[in-house]
Design a protein around this ligand. Structure first.
Ligand code: IPE
Ligand code: IPE
Ligand code: MG
Ligand code: MG
Ligand code: MG
Length: 290
């Protein structure tokens, strides 16, 4: 798995570096690059490629779209670490972007990354027809804004130090993290002109994967080693974050993850032999140590 992720990271970073090289220079480029490189497991791109393999989508197309997703993801991390959000000083094993460049620059670099994702999808590097591009841009924008990451982050912050129900925690995690995974899973179906029902099927798979990913991230925060993880651990409890671990306890949260994995595997197996890739990624997501 590490080998596969490294290859995807290499190809994605190569794409992004070339993309940035072709743009005019600006004062924000150093902070943008700092937020993007190095580091980042590229799990979202891996999911895109795994689901893409079910519908036989070309690898280069998936890397370009994955690059756009990684821009949105990097923006969300830069903003997540700001003092007005989680106030974290370490990210990907180095000082957070706002520690290195200052808060206003970090905010603006994050904004730039968000719009850069749309530039990538709209640009000539992505070779799919224009109608599909518009569809992808619309979907990615929805997943990033108030109905997705931003809306979920709002809930995450407003739930701090409060007793929140299981249903509400799941809803919040599906927004702040699940929506971007939903986008990744919907992409291949959109490219292959599948009907609304099949697109929705994949979006729901993505939402479950995102939930699994966030619970696993919460488990890492609970018991992980910050030197391996590259960010501080034990911070959720300190901040009084509403998580399934704080509500149900560690063991029940793990059991819940096992259930999510079983459920996704059961649904995806009808796509044949290639469903083994997504299955291996799900196991990695739950059992990773960073
Ligand atoms: C961390 O995401 C933030 C969450 C959504 C839980 P990742 O664990 O994918 O972060 P990187 O990209 O590997 O640093
Ligand atoms: C972040 O969740 C989710 C995002 C959408 C960025 P966390 O706040 O748990 O992520 P980490 O632990 O700081 O990476
Ligand atoms: Mg957060
Ligand atoms: Mg955080
Ligand atoms: Mg976390």
């Amino acid at each position: 798995m590490e080998k596969k992720l490294n290859k995807i990271a290499k190809d994605t970073n190569f794409f992004l570096k070339n993309f940035l090289k072709k743009q005019n220079s600006s004062e924000l480029i150093p902070a943008i690059k700092y937020g993007l490189f190095p580091g980042g497991k590229k799990i979202r791109s891996k999911i895109l490629i795994d689901i893409g393999s079910l519908l036989f989508i070309d690898y280069k197309t998936l890397i370009a779209i994955g690059a756009a997703v990684e821009c949105i993801h990097a923006y969300s991390l830069i903003h997540d670490d700001l003092p007005c959000m989680d106030d974290d000083k370490i990210r990907r094993g180095k000082p957070s972007t706002h520690i290195k460049f200052g808060e206003s620059t970090a905010v603006l670099a994050g904004n730039s990354l968000q719009t850069m994702a749309c530039e990538i999808l709209a640009g000539p590097n992505l070779k799919i027809n224009e109608k599909k591009k518009v569809n992808l841009i619309k979907k990615l924008s929805e997943c990033s804004g108030h109905l997705g990451i931003a809306g979920g982050q709002y809930l995450d912050l407003s739930y701090e130090k409060k007793k929140i129900s299981k249903k509400k925690i799941i809803e919040m995690e599906k927004k702040k993290t699940g929506k971007l995974f939903s986008f990744c899973c919907a992409v291949p179906a959109i490219i292959k002109n599948k009907d609304k029902k099949e697109i929705k099927f994949f979006e729901e798979i993505g939402s479950s994967i995102g939930l699994l990913f966030q619970i696993a991230d919460d488990l890492i925060d609970y018991k992980g080693d910050s030197k391996i993880v590259g960010k501080k651990t034990g911070k959720d409890q300190k901040k009084g974050k509403a998580t399934l671990i704080s509500l149900l306890g560690h063991d029940n949260a793990v059991k819940y993850c096992d259930k999510i994995i079983l459920d996704i595997n059961r649904k995806i197996v009808k796509y044949g032999e290639n469903s083994k890739y997504i299955q291996e990624t799900l196991n990695y997501i739950l059992h990773r140590d960073k």
